[in-house]
Design a protein around this ligand. Structure first.
Ligand SMILES: [Zn+2]
Length: 313
């Protein structure tokens, strides 16, 4: 397998390293303000991506691109999931710039495929928020649908490029990429679900109003493994860790009209302030719901979940 030209690879590795630092510091989802700061290599400033272009490379890169980006438009409130955009091989589909594969931007990705060069995918979760995926590879150029197939790989595989791969290794690599892409998509859905639910609830617990996102979860009303338990906002509730735990273990339940209940076993006991105030204190009160109708929990989901709470209790 050929090796990307040295200069391109050096910029790329510096970008990956810098990105790793950003994710460590800010978490999985990066605001555009952080991405646009770029990174330095040998004292020179480079950008990760460009606000308006999808396919990007710093001018010092000669062969391929550094990153691709998809954006959620401002004002869009529809949750974005990739389900309608999946290739038969499980890859992400990334649209050509225009329809001409020979266009300047597209040619950079065609070359990335030929060289098997690793790229960064800034995947838009919400307006101005991106989850970076890297390394990603262009596994196919689909002229019929005007799109590139994009596969995610494990970070440690980047180094394998520096040695020539045998055929057997290349096959293993294809298997690894398919697996890592599936995992990356799952993670992406979880991250997106959490972001969308927390935003719908204005980043507060639906029971107690606690406002620190570090301690807030997006709880599923119907569990993840239920076929209807889609990672969509109407199947979610923003809950703090305590209330999420109580809800998941059926110590706390919500009537379909949103009124909060506790399991009889808890009601019958007496203890310190956590039980008396943080749990019993909310019995009979109503869940704090999102203002927008389409963001509120589906009544059917609440009914079914409440039945389960009653049975267990
Ligand atoms: Zn709470």
């Amino acid at each position: 397998m050929p090796i990307p030209s040295d200069n391109d690879q050096a910029i790329r590795l510096a970008a990956f390293k810098a990105l790793e630092g950003l994710v460590e510091r800010y978490g999985d989802v990066l605001p555009w303000e952080v991405i646009q700061e770029g990174f330095t290599l040998h004292g020179e400033q480079h950008l990760f991506a460009n606000r308006t272009r999808g396919i990007f490379w710093p001018r010092q890169m000669q062969q391929t691109a550094l990153s691709i980006k998809t954006t959620v438009p401002r004002g869009s409130r529809v949750a974005r999931y990739d389900d309608d955009n999946v290739a038969s091989d499980g890859a992400f589909l990334y649209k050509f710039q225009g329809t001409d594969v020979e266009a300047r931007d597209n040619r950079r990705l065609v070359r990335a495929q030929r060289l098997d060069a690793p790229l960064i995918y800034f995947y838009g979760i919400e307006p101005g928020l991106y989850q970076p995926l890297w390394p990603v590879y262009i596994s196919d150029v689909d002229l019929a649908s005007h799109s590139f197939h994009v596969m995610v790989s494990a970070p440690e595989t980047v180094k394998q490029l520096q040695s020539t791969l045998r055929v057997a290794d290349a096959k293993m690599l294809a298997v690894e990429r398919r697996y890592t892409t599936v995992q990356a998509k799952k993670r992406l859905h979880q991250v997106a679900f959490r972001r969308h639910v927390l935003r719908a609830y204005e980043e507060r617990c639906a029971v107690c109003g606690f406002p620190r996102t570090e301690l807030l979860d997006a709880a599923h009303i119907l569990p993840d493994h239920d076929v209807r338990g889609h990672a969509e906002v109407p199947n979610g509730l923003a809950l703090c860790r305590l209330h999420h735990g109580a809800f998941d273990t059926n110590l706390m339940g919500f009537r379909p009209n949103g009124v909060i209940e506790l399991a009889p076993s808890l009601l019958a006991t007496h203890d310190g302030p956590t039980l008396e105030h943080a749990l019993k204190g909310f019995v009979g009160k109503s869940l704090l719901m999102p203002r927008a109708d389409e963001m509120r929990p589906k009544k059917l989901y609440l009914e079914e979940r409440y039945e389960r709470f009653r049975k267990v209790g």
